[in-house]
Design a binder for this molecule. Structure first.
Ligand SMILES: [Mg+2]
Length: 225
């Protein structure tokens, strides 16, 4: 449970936190390699090995999250392949009822994603998620991923907030490390970002599977902000 009286601002990651990471894992580790294999006359395993090697070289950088970058690497439009799997884009567990409850409580509710704007737009078109957020930020807007302090500094400049009175939830521990360094007061991670994979263990941050575990956000009067 959380002490909601200590929280003014709720900031949520998108993929693996609000939305099921199954779509992204399926896309990057199956659909993209299959397309790459077909276009280059190689086996699926050869394509996967090649692509995973390329992914590893960019992990944690903005390129890793950038469909334009990967289009330039593979030689075809990566973002254009995504709609084929759009039926896999769905909320994670009770995410949308949590968004609704936070919004109704009077707190500021922001989405902060490392996803490219094109990926964000696809997910907004396929879900009702956008109805609840006051602000939706892609780290590509700031030229720095959430793993870097520059992201948090740019976020605070664009949307002033008190980090000590913020709750931030993300399935990436590298991102949570960066948020902790910036002084975000309450941090949580996600036990099962991908509904088709086993639960994770040995996580370094307090972890939840269902948002209901955080308790009901108490009503916050505007005057107390
Ligand atoms: Mg994530």
């Amino acid at each position: 449970m959380l002490d909601w009286s200590r929280i003014d601002t709720v900031i949520l990651d998108m993929d693996g936190t609000v939305l099921d990471l199954h779509f992204d894992n399926r896309f990057w580790l199956h659909h993209l390699p299959a397309t790459y294999a077909e276009r280059n006359g190689m086996s699926h395993d050869e394509a996967l090995t090649h692509l995973v090697g390329l992914f590893a070289g960019q992990q944690g950088s903005l390129n890793w999250y950038c469909t334009d970058y990967w289009s330039s690497q593979v030689g075809f439009d990566v973002a254009a392949l995504k709609p084929a799997l759009k039926h896999l884009i769905r909320e994670r567990t009770d995410a949308f009822s949590f968004l609704s409850a936070v919004k109704a409580s009077g707190r500021r509710l922001w989405l902060a994603t490392n996803a490219h704007r094109a990926s964000l737009e696809l997910k907004l078109a396929e879900t009702t998620m956008g109805d609840w957020f006051d602000a939706m930020v892609s780290s590509h807007d700031y030229g720095a991923p959430k793993e870097e302090q520059a992201f948090w500094q740019a976020l605070q400049t664009a949307h002033p907030f008190d980090p000590a009175r913020a709750l931030f939830i993300d399935d990436s521990e590298a991102v949570l490390d960066s948020a902790a360094r910036f002084g975000i007061g309450q941090l949580r991670t996600i036990i099962t970002p991908d509904s088709q994979k086993p639960q994770r263990s040995d996580l370094r941050y307090p972890a939840i599977d269902h948002f209901a575990e955080l308790g009901q956000p108490t009503r916050q009067e505007p005057a107390s902000r």
